[in-house]
Design a protein around this ligand. Structure first.
Ligand code: CTP
Length: 418
């Protein structure tokens, strides 16, 4: 039964089906989307018709199926541009290795692909293929490329495959896919009334009026987190070092330069906050003296003495009480041990570990590969867009806040908390 509360109610979902044996699951997927209140139009690749009939999909979606650029009977044009405009979301399920490769390289040889290239809405793909095709470096590279352009990847599951082999490559189940698509529209104000701080970007430590010491942080991860928390209703103060990014919607941004300035601003703002996410790449050292005039070159070597900066996260950790504190660790070696030690030293609730050894993780890209570490264990996430990682971080923050609220209620009513 369609529910007005469903995030899919009234949404336009363009369901793309490609030529995979998993296409039979698209029938159930279409039904689930319709039941949740979405209006679904189906576009199929020519090969997909061999796997599931247009009649089945037309009956379920209650719209004619689109396969060709025009109707051969009467010449009526199927406009990929208006389809792209109609859609609130384009979901390609199943997505074959072939279609993913074409999407990654911009090939436009069928209606599904031209529609993808014209679509301005969020796009999600549910890959389906044999395990070796999925694991192949070319497919993985294509998925990274697509994720870096904002395409949401709905991870395939492990299990028995049509080839008779068993492994990763099985399309996610229709229920999982429908829930994922619903999540794209779910703008629940789950953090309404909460005040959050996010630090982001690189600090700049002046050597003289012209030179400075900094690092490669682009700020993208922290900006994505600030945007995500604000979208969930939190009042967000983004304390930002140097970046070239626009301020996310609904976020209050305070620009700072040095680690010292970031320290003062963040510590002051923390008094009124319910939590903080420490995403900035803060300089650990700063020049002991800043020359007021430009340093002139001489013949010999130049030595600059550096002194330690103050650790903002550690300071917040020392005064955190039951507020939420999330840290980041960017490591090149002994990743997990280093991250665990930071988790303890800085009293984080959890730490988000990035390894520079992982392809697709790190500074300037739009994707990230992270592991969440807390006192209960490790959770390694697949390669995701930074937006998706931000959503996972926000989910964890919500859980911690809900746990503290339940414990506080239990304490107030004299019952033992959990
Ligand atoms: N951090 C901070 N203030 C600093 C240094 C770091 O708030 N002066 C925060 C970062 O934003 C991040 C976490 O602390 O959330 C980890 O920072 P990192 O520099 O990697 O850790 P360090 O403890 O400085 O350890 P090391 O330099 O040895 O890796």
């Amino acid at each position: 039964m369609a529910s007005a509360n469903s995030p899919l109610a009234g949404r336009h979902v363009l369901l793309g089906i490609t030529g995979s044996i998993a296409a039979y699951k698209a029938a159930m997927l279409c039904r689930l989307l319709k039941t949740a209140g979405a209006d679904v139009q189906v576009v199929m690749t020519p090969l997909a018709k061999q796997f599931i009939t247009p009649l089945t999909m037309a009956t379920l979606s209650k719209h004619p199926i689109l396969v060709e650029f025009f109707d051969p009977e009467n010449g009526a044009w199927n406009s990929h541009v208006s389809l792209g405009e109609w859609a609130d979301c384009m979901l390609i399920a199943p997505a074959t290795a072939n279609t993913l490769a074409k999407m990654a390289t911009g090939v436009a040889d069928n209606l599904l692909l031209t529609t993808y290239l014209s679509a301005r809405c969020p796009v999600a793909v549910a890959p389906a293929m044999d395990l070796d095709m999925y694991a192949h470096a070319a497919t993985q590279q294509n998925l990274r490329t697509l994720a870096s352009r904002g395409v949401r990847i709905i991870e395939p599951g492990e299990g028995e495959l049509a080839s008779g082999l068993s492994g990763k490559g099985r399309m996610a189940e229709p229920e999982t896919i429908a829930a994922f698509v619903g999540g794209l529209f779910d703008k629940r104000q789950t953090l309404a009334g909460k005040r959050m701080i996010v630090t982001a970007g690189a600090t700049i430590e002046a050597i003289d009026p012209v030179r400075f010491i900094s690092n490669h942080s682009s700020g993208k991860m922290g900006y994505a987190i600030a945007g995500e928390l604000a979208a969930r209703g939190a009042a967000v103060t983004l304390i930002s070092g140097r970046t070239a990014l626009p301020t996310p919607e609904g976020v209050e941004r305070v620009d700072v330069l040095s680690a010292a300035e970031m320290y003062e601003t963040t510590v002051a703002a923390f008094d009124r906050a319910d939590g903080a996410v420490m995403c900035a790449a803060v300089a650990d050292y700063t020049p002991s003296e800043v020359s007021e005039t430009k340093l002139k070159k001489g013949d010999g070597e130049l030595t600059i003495t550096l002194r330690r900066t103050r650790d903002i996260a550690a300071e917040l950790g020392a005064r955190k009480g039951n507020r939420v504190l999330v840290g980041f660790a960017l490591e090149t070696h002994d990743e997990e041990a280093n991250a665990e030690s930071k988790l303890e030293r800085k009293h984080f609730d959890f730490i988000v570990l990035n390894s520079l050894r992982d392809a697709g993780a790190g500074f300037r890209g739009d994707t990230n590969k992270v592991t969440f570490i807390d006192r209960a264990g490790h959770e390694e996430l697949p390669l995701l867009s930074k937006r998706e990682v931000a959503a996972r971080i926000a989910d964890r923050i919500e859980k911690i806040m809900n746990r503290s609220a339940t414990a506080a209620q239990a304490a107030a009513s004299g019952e033992p908390g959990q």
